[in-house]
Design a protein around this ligand. Structure first.
Ligand code: BG6
Length: 410
């Protein structure tokens, strides 16, 4: 495995610990080598892995990388499979893929050795840039070699949701005849912290709605079939276009009794910023199954509670909770929790890396899916460009199910 951006936060916090965990549980193929590539000199990098220093857009680093890979192959006496993990800033994604191809480091998709590329979000920041990125990457990679990561798909609670759907027990009532509405809530206590500058260019719709919330929605709404990725694409493509969503921004307030800054006071944020930290919307999946059933989505930072949950309200009045976190659970109100087998990997990155090594793309984002998501949401981003004022909510004051959420002015 070659990790690009090896000296970054994600590598230290998630990728290397996941590899250690996989190794400890005997889930890695043997032999297995990890090579880091980044701009910083190796001395600054504390982990004892092979290392190729270089700029992502210059040949030198890739020549060093080629030499290391050749030495590994030589030592093992065979050509090794390769997995490239792009844990870099998004502006380098297409450059790295192009350079890998140019330096002969990508096997053809139908050969006996494989090479796969894992890419962390964001994949573009609107429809046009996502299409452009897709086009650039596909010049060098086959779809079967691309593993787009949404870390929500590695979560235990999301794996339970997939099991719940695949198990089929509720299929006969999972439709408009029985379901009144579906709520998808991604409520966070945290603010933007030190990511103010990043947030100014991103906002809540791009940061969590386009990916995590839409993934949850597609897993709830999809038809059950053997090809989950294909079913999810169909579900997202069936969503009726929307022109507007509610948005809000947190002002000063308190979380768990301690005062916290408003978004405009956070480092890197201009005093007159209109970037959203909260989004609420109403979506309709225009297919036979979901005729007329509203899917209410809500996602926000500095709300009163840390909770990611899907709530399905049935016309009978029964309410099903699918809690993703904290503490994953699926239960009808006033009834006992359903039981799910513990997934093999409780750590999401372990699961995703393992699946990519196995060539299993079920828990990865398909290109068409994320393009469909951008197609749906880009008009909303555009509509916000024109509106200058944004409603402010006090940090910590909105409970995740507070009816005021959906009455924020558009
Ligand atoms: C990330 C977003 O993708 O997901 C963060 O960039 C967000 O802003 C995070 O806080 C939420 O993920 P989790 O795993 O903490 O629920």
């Amino acid at each position: 495995m070659v990790i690009f951006g090896a000296t970054g936060d994600l590598t230290a916090k998630k990728i290397l610990p996941a590899i250690d965990g996989l190794r400890a549980s005997g889930a890695l193929p043997e032999p297995f080598a990890v090579i880091g590539m980044a701009r910083r000199p190796q001395e600054e990098f504390p982990h004892p892995i092979l290392y190729a220093q270089g700029d992502f857009d210059e040949d030198l680093g890739y020549e060093r990388l080629s030499a290391i890979l050749a030495a590994v192959d030589e030592k093992w006496g065979r050509k090794s499979n390769r997995i490239y993990f792009l844990a870099t800033q998004p502006k380098y994604f297409s450059t790295i893929v192009e350079q890998l191809d140019k330096h002969g480091l990508i096997y053809s998709a139908d050969g006996s050795q494989w090479s796969r590329v894992m890419i962390e979000k964001p994949f573009g920041n609107d429809l046009e840039s996502a299409l452009e990125l897709q086009r650039e990457i596909k010049e060098h990679l086959d779809e079967s070699q691309i593993y787009l990561i949404d870390h929500y798909l590695g979560k235990e609670g999301v794996q339970n949701l997939v099991d719940f759907r695949m198990n089929g027990e509720f299929e006969s009532i999972w439709n408009h005849a029985f379901v009144e509405n579906v709520e998808i809530i991604l409520s966070e206590e945290i603010g933007v912290g030190t990511r103010g500058k990043f947030w100014e260019e991103t906002g809540m719709l791009r940061d969590v709605v386009q990916n995590h919330v839409m993934q949850l929605l597609s897993l709830v709404a999809m038809d059950v079939g053997d090809d989950i990725p294909a079913e999810k694409i169909k579900a997202v493509e069936a969503i009726r276009p929307v022109e507007s969503m509610h948005r809000g921004q947190y002002g000063p307030g308190a979380i768990n009794g301690s005062p916290v800054l408003g978004y405009r006071e956070e480092a890197g944020v201009p005093k007159d910023s209109n970037v959203e930290t909260f989004v609420a919307g109403e979506l309709y999946v225009d297919n036979e199954r979901w005729q007329g059933v509203p899917f209410y989505i809500q996602a926000g930072k500095r709300l009163g509670k840390q909770l990611t949950e899907i709530v399905v309200t049935f016309k009978s009045g029964e309410i099903l909770h699918i809690r993703i976190q904290p503490k994953p659970a699926i239960y009808f109100e006033e009834q006992t929790e359903m039981h799910f087998e513990k997934p093999r990997f409780s750590d999401g990155y372990q699961k995703l890396i393992y699946d990519a090594l196995q060539g299993n793309q079920d828990s990865f984002v398909q290109n068409e899916e994320q393009i469909a998501s951008w197609r749906l949401l880009t008009p909303i981003l555009d509509s916000w460009k024109e509106k200058q004022d944004i409603p402010i909510y006090p940090a910590g004051a909105l409970n995740e199910l507070d009816p005021r959420l959906s009455t924020l002015p558009l």
